[in-house]
Ligand binder design. Sequence first.
Ligand SMILES: N[C@@H](CCC(=O)N[C@@H](CS)C(=O)NCC(=O)O)C(=O)O
Length: 230
Amino acid sequence: MKLYSFQQSPKSRSVQAAAKHLGLSLDLAEVNLVALEQKSADFLQINPNGIVPVLVDGEKVVWETIAILVYLAQKASNTSANGELTNDRLVKNIQWLSWQIAELSPPIDKIIETMLVKVMHGNPGISGSEENSFEDERIREARTSSERVLGILNTHLEKNDYVTGSAIDIADFAIMSSLSNCDHAGIDLLSFSSIRAYRSRIRSLDAWASTCPPVEVGVMIVESDNLEGK
Ligand SMILES: N[C@@H](CCC(=O)N[C@@H](CS)C(=O)NCC(=O)O)C(=O)O
């Protein structure tokens, strides 16, 4: 199977980590998003949305992270390393995958986007100055929303090691991509102790650790997880 992906893309990493966990091997085809390769005519033939990740398995082309994760889980169902993807397990995963994309990600992404707009306006701090009051208000609202949804996850994880129960599954890898973005959005997870324990558990797994993208910091190349909050 071939995965069109980009090294710094959190969604590409979710798919890579899930595949590794499920024991499926992927050939990676790097699509350079900075060079806008995702908008090239050739790539648009593969995914008309012009975004990664995209999975190609023989004649089958699957885009959208949720669909790719479900495809991989179905492919790995009942193999020696994996249990059966029962209807109940599938529904639980789709519930948390939908929640991640519809509830968890949007406020976190909105903070990052609004912070970028502020940087473009030359005023990155939350200053309350008049020209930034619109962006500051947007950030405050999105922060309140993200804290509400993170609270839901935290409460769930007080009684469950992983979102679908006692074993890690595809939805956890998608949720991890949003949690990585919390650091970029400046969201403090200090008061969410069950989420922090969950994140540490997943970070210690080879499937997650081995798919960590490197980032340049000054003259050094470090693993991006090392830049994230503990
Ligand atoms: N809904 C898509 C979103 C995928 C997505 O946002 N991909 C980003 C990288 S993480 C991308 O390719 N961005 C390039 C662009 O927007 O041009 C999914 O869940 O797979």
